[in-house]
Ligand binder design. Structure first.
Ligand SMILES: Nc1ncnc2c1ncn2[C@@H]1O[C@H](COP(=O)(O)OP(=O)(O)O)[C@@H](O)[C@H]1O
Ligand SMILES: [Mg+2]
Length: 242
């Protein structure tokens, strides 16, 4: 008797809804500038997913739509995850003077003081800043500030990180720390995060689970990050070009 073939193992993608589906999004800025035209994207499972594209191709606009800061003119965004944006310059999103006070700012109001404290400490630990709650933010390096911004997202239970060139202003060591951190958060066995990361630094494509090109308001198919990198030549500014 022939043994029956085992069924393929069911991964999260087949059990849960996809983390993010964009269905034919259209968006025009007031004044008429069209930023997205029939833009579609499907992320099937948690992981680190990257977008590259020339300036003005609509990448930042897209992240703002997914975050809910802008409303699409057409199409739909399907996600059950809580989004959080991480910008290029952490100084634009860190508001209060110490690490802990900044993280406290984003926490749900109903938490007790002890719960708030525990959340802050856990978030700092998750990004490699354990014990630094009292540190004034202005004493942090650029990489530490960016990791604190990511801790802010974690403290609010975000599950979908939207990172808009998060390493563009960082030195190579800090860049590596941030990418290693996000890689780890997106690969952990328990509650892995989904990250959509915009980059102009092509070497970062080697670390993603899939990469796609954005051009004139539309996103192409997912590709292997390293393979996509080979097809893109850096400009003197370090920016990806078609
Ligand atoms: N706040 C804004 N007001 C009007 N037009 C904007 C604004 N932000 C971006 N745009 C326009 O939308 C298009 C896409 O921009 P953007 O999403 O910033 O692209 P990218 O991040 O890929 O460089 C561009 O033509 C840009 O000029
Ligand atoms: Mg941009």
């Amino acid at each position: 008797m022939i043994a029956s073939q085992p069924l393929p193992e069911e991964g999260p993608a087949s059990v849960f809804p996809p983390p993010l589906v964009l269905d034919s999004l259209d968006f025009a800025w007031p004044g008429g500038k069209t930023a997205l035209r029939g833009c579609g994207l499907r992320i099937e499972r948690p992981g680190l997913w990257m977008l590259v594209g020339s300036n003005g191709s609509g990448k930042s606009t897209l992240l703002r739509l997914i975050a809910g800061l802008l409303q699409p003119c057409g199409g739909a965004i399907h996600t059950q995850l809580k989004p959080a944006l991480v910008f290029q310059n952490p100084d634009h999103q860190l508001l209060l003077p110490s690490c802990a006070s900044d993280l406290q700012l984003g926490l749900p109001e109903q938490l007790s003081a002890a719960q708030r404290q525990a959340r802050v400490e856990l978030a700092l630990e998750q990004v490699g800043l354990a014990g630094m709650g009292a540190r004034p933010i202005h004493t942090l390096s650029g990489g530490q500030k960016q990791r604190l911004a990511i801790a802010g997202a974690l403290a609010t239970d975000a599950e979908l990180l939207l990172l808009d060139e998060p390493t563009a202003l960082l030195d190579p060591t800090s860049q590596q720390e941030v990418i290693t951190l996000i890689r780890r958060l997106c690969s952990r066995s328990e509650a892995p995060l989904t990250a959509l990361w915009i980059t102009h630094r092509l070497e970062e494509l080697d670390h993603c689970d899939g990469a796609a090109r954005m051009d004139a308001g539309r996103i192409g198919p997912w590709q292997n990050g390293a393979a996509l990198r080979v097809g893109l030549a850096p400009l003197p500014t370090g920016r990806a070009e078609r």
